[in-house]
Write a new protein. Structure first.
Length: 295
């Protein structure tokens, strides 16, 4: 769905189709308008995506179609932004209420429920599932973090801080997966450990090679965001990297078979094969085909 961010001259009709798909298959489910909660005047009003958009008109148009029409997370992340706010408040409550655990049984139960829900499966799953959208939004926002002191609203300043924090989380997540889960490999089948940290390897076979899947899941999406936004004029690099990464994922899936459900395993392989065909089709809209009419 994010192929339009590549610097490729897709037909106008394809952008129309993608726009309709995005409007239905959006990550903003359940749909929540952030301005309906905080008020339109509280949200950042500057929709500038790049400090200098010269030569990036096609990328700006593609980002706008995909819903990235602002550099602020509060403008583009929708429901995910609200979920992140709720998560931050819940984590803060968990810390604040630690001294209150001994005051009464009700407070103890409430604190235990908060810990059981948010520590840590919920947080890990949130970053894991929204890593592509977060990567694109964070990369765009980080260019403007020097404006944090000039923020006109608290949400605007919070957006900059949140973007920096999420950048740290996205960078550290692949390392965390490899180091933490490999060090605790013997505990992966423990129900208490799985209840707290099991979202990463849920549905996977309990073996070390299976831990490569969530690691590579984040790496692929971060690579797509980086190459699309940082190397927008190197379309061959964008396409070649995605082809090689998709091939690597397909080989990994076929050789190691990380999923414990055979149907899911086959669907993942099918998904990678379809991605390869789509990436091959993308080549037809590059300078490899000199005639615009044929494209």
């Amino acid at each position: 769905m994010h192929l339009p961010v590549f610097n490729v001259q897709f037909p106008a009709i394809s952008f129309l189709v993608v726009e309709q798909i995005v409007s239905v298959a959006t990550f903003d489910i359940p749909y929540v308008e952030v301005d309906s909660i905080f008020g339109e005047e509280s949200l950042p009003s500057d929709d500038q995506i790049f400090e200098d958009s010269t030569g990036r008109e096609n990328l700006v148009e593609a980002l706008d179609i995909l819903g990235y029409n602002s550099r602020f997370l509060s403008r583009v992340m929708g429901s995910v932004y609200i979920i992140m706010l709720i998560t931050i408040v819940a984590l803060a409550l968990i810390v604040v209420l630690i001294p209150c655990r001994s005051t009464c049984q009700v407070m103890l139960k409430f604190h235990d429920k908060l810990k059981g829900y948010f520590l840590w499966n919920f947080v890990i799953r949130l970053i894991f599932e929204a890593c592509l959208e977060l990567s694109i939004s964070v990369i765009i926002n980080l260019h403007f973090t020097h404006d944090i002191k000039a923020s006109s609203t608290w949400i605007e300043a919070f957006d900059y801080v949140l973007a920096i924090f999420m950048a740290v989380c996205l960078v550290s997540m692949p390392v965390f997966i490899l180091v933490f889960y490999c060090r605790n490999f013997e505990r992966l089948e423990d129900s208490e450990f799985a209840q707290k940290y099991g979202s990463v390897y849920e549905g996977l076979v309990i073996k070390r090679s299976a831990l490569f899947y969530p690691f590579f899941f984040i790496i692929r999406r971060a690579t797509l965001a980086l190459t699309a936004l940082k190397n927008e004029n190197f379309v061959w690099l964008q396409i070649a990297l995605q082809i090689y990464l998709t091939l690597a994922q397909a080989v990994y899936l076929l050789h190691f078979k990380p999923f414990d459900n055979s149907l899911v395993q086959k669907l993942e392989v099918y998904n990678e094969i379809c991605s390869l065909f789509l990436l091959a089709c993308v080549l037809c809209f590059t300078d490899l085909i000199p005639s615009l009419l044929i494209r």
